[in-house]
Design a protein around this ligand. Structure first.
Ligand SMILES: CC(C)(COP(=O)(O)OP(=O)(O)OC[C@H]1O[C@@H](n2cnc3c(N)ncnc32)[C@H](O)[C@@H]1OP(=O)(O)O)[C@@H](O)C(=O)NCCC(=O)NCCS
Length: 181
């Protein structure tokens, strides 16, 4: 992997699972773990310096998204790591900061998720939404708005799309990996 976009911080270097795709314009720094078949698209900036970033399997982080964390402090002894589960789609130009996401989630384009927020499994977040600090988004619902509000239960087609979107991106990154060999 090219050293300019894959950097260590205090001796800790990102760890990649099998068949991971990282675009060469993305920047990954420090304590970051990526699960198998995950993909990181152009101009993603992920900085695991003052805390760690963990991303599960088959998750895609799309173009221009920023991932960061919050340091440990007296009032917040663990700080806020960033945890993203399996089969998650993070759309273009999102900001995920020190929050925890479960599995099979779609984060719409341009959404912002702030420190301490928890997104349970099987949630759809509309484009441009803002999830305030420490808010929990419940499994099985669509959320939209700034600040985000629970909109309605997910339709079956939308719940299926959460899984399909992850599959689509696993297939797409396989093509990119094949092209880069
Ligand atoms: C929210 C979303 C799922 C649509 O949900 P929906 O229930 O079908 O919504 P509708 O299109 O029927 O619109 C219902 C209302 O929500 C509003 N709305 C739609 N998307 C919205 C959004 N992201 N934020 C705020 N309001 C939104 C509509 O304007 C409409 O308002 P109105 O009733 O006052 O006219 C969709 O607009 C969206 O944001 N998808 C995310 C797409 C994305 O970013 N994908 C990732 C790219 S890879």
């Amino acid at each position: 992997m090219h050293k300019n976009y894959f950097r260590s911080y205090r001796g800790i270097t990102p760890i990649l699972g099998n068949a991971v795709y990282v675009d060469e314009t993305a920047v990954l720094v420090g304590d970051i773990t990526l699960g198998d078949d995950t993909s990181i698209w152009p101009l993603v900036a992920a900085r695991g310096d003052v805390n760690k970033i963990t991303i599960g399997a088959r998750t895609n982080i799309q173009d221009g998204t920023v991932l960061h964390v919050t340091r440990k402090s007296a009032g917040n002894p663990n700080g806020n790591p960033l945890v993203i589960g399996d089969d998650v789609t993070v759309g273009h130009k999102c900001m995920l900061h020190g929050c925890a996401l479960g599995d099979r989630i779609l984060v719409g384009m341009g959404a912002i998720i702030m420190d301490g927020a928890i997104v349970e499994d099987d949630v759809f977040i509309g484009a441009g939404s803002l999830v305030p600090p420490n808010k929990t988004l419940k499994s099985g619902y669509l959320y939209v708005g700034n600040p985000v509000k629970q909109s309605r239960e997910l339709k079956e087609s939308e719940a299926n799309f959460l899984k399909q979107s992850a599959i689509n991106y696993v297939e797409l990154k396989a093509e990119y990996l094949a092209d880069s060999n």
